[in-house]
Design a protein around this ligand. Structure first.
Ligand code: AP5
Ligand code: ZN
Length: 217
């Protein structure tokens, strides 16, 4: 399965991507995670991306596209993948089409996680991310058993720099301006399926897997 996950910031893409990728045995490729790993590793790519991420803007397409092109060329992505956070605008979607065309392939489906604005704000303000393994927790909805410590790996948890209220507001504007037209584009191509992403994490995972199963090759 070649799957793209879309949805506004805080919709639960990263949370669901872990379970969906595991269920369908495909690699999860999250552009936000790759950028954050490069920022904390102090690489050239991280330095190129950081100021855009901190401001809640998209990293320029040429940087993002080159990174995704390299990642999709790796052996584990040949038979399928889950892309979380890419494409994020119509120009990136055209680049993805080109990459798939070149190997005689196409996307299986695009899954849109639908949540309302108030829920996004609630989810992002309580989010805590593990510095070590990247797992996401929530202070209220999915708290770790020890404060600020990841149950999965013992790593330290942090509040993302781009989760502060002003930056969240800007990320939502960027989503409306640049990513909403992308969702429309996939709907017109009849590649989009939408699920309600409200409810518990388990409920949403079940809904996602039920919806995606017919597209698994
Ligand atoms: P990225 O990391 O992709 O951020 P995003 O799209 O804004 O999405 P988030 O990671 O904020 O949210 P999510 O939907 O994954 O939610 P999560 O599962 O964590 O991108 C960050 C930045 O990188 C961008 O701003 C940009 O600068 C750059 N970038 C990335 N891709 C790019 C691209 N293609 N082009 C250019 N730039 C790019 O869940 C949120 C919280 O809610 C968590 O605490 C979780 O525990 C909780 N939660 C999840 N589900 C539920 C539930 N059902 N009930 C209750 N709580 C829940
Ligand atoms: Zn961890």
């Amino acid at each position: 399965m070649r799957l793209v996950l879309v949805g506004p910031p805080g919709a639960g893409k990263g949370t669901q991507a872990e379970f969906i990728a595991e269920h369908f045995r495909i690699p999860k490729i999250s552009t936000g995670d790759i950028f954050r790993a490069n920022v904390s590793g102090g690489t050239e790519l991280g330095r190129a991306a950081k100021k855009y991420m901190d401001a809640g803007d998209l990293v320029p397409d040429e940087v993002t596209n080159a990174m995704v092109r390299d990642r999709l060329a790796e052996a584990d992505a040949v038979d399928g993948f889950l892309l979380d956070g890419f494409p994020r605008n119509v120009a990136q979607a055209a680049v993805l089409d080109g990459i798939l065309d070149a190997i005689g392939s196409t996307l299986s489906v695009v899954l849109d996680l639908d949540v309302d604005h108030d829920e996004v704000v609630r989810r992002l303000s309580g989010r805590r991310t593990c510095k070590n393994c990247g797992h996401v927790w929530h202070l209220e909805f999915d708290p770790p058993s020890t404060e600020n410590v990841c149950d999965k790996c013992g790593g330290e948890l942090y509040h993302r720099d781009d989760d502060h209220p002003e930056t969240v507001r800007h990320r939502l504007e960027v989503y409306a301006e640049q990513t909403a037209p992308l969702v429309e584009f996939y709907a017109e191509r009849a590649q989009l399926v939408v699920i309600n992403a409200l409810g518990t994490v388990e409920d949403v995972t079940e809904r996602a897997i039920d919806t995606l199963t017919p597209f698994a090759g």
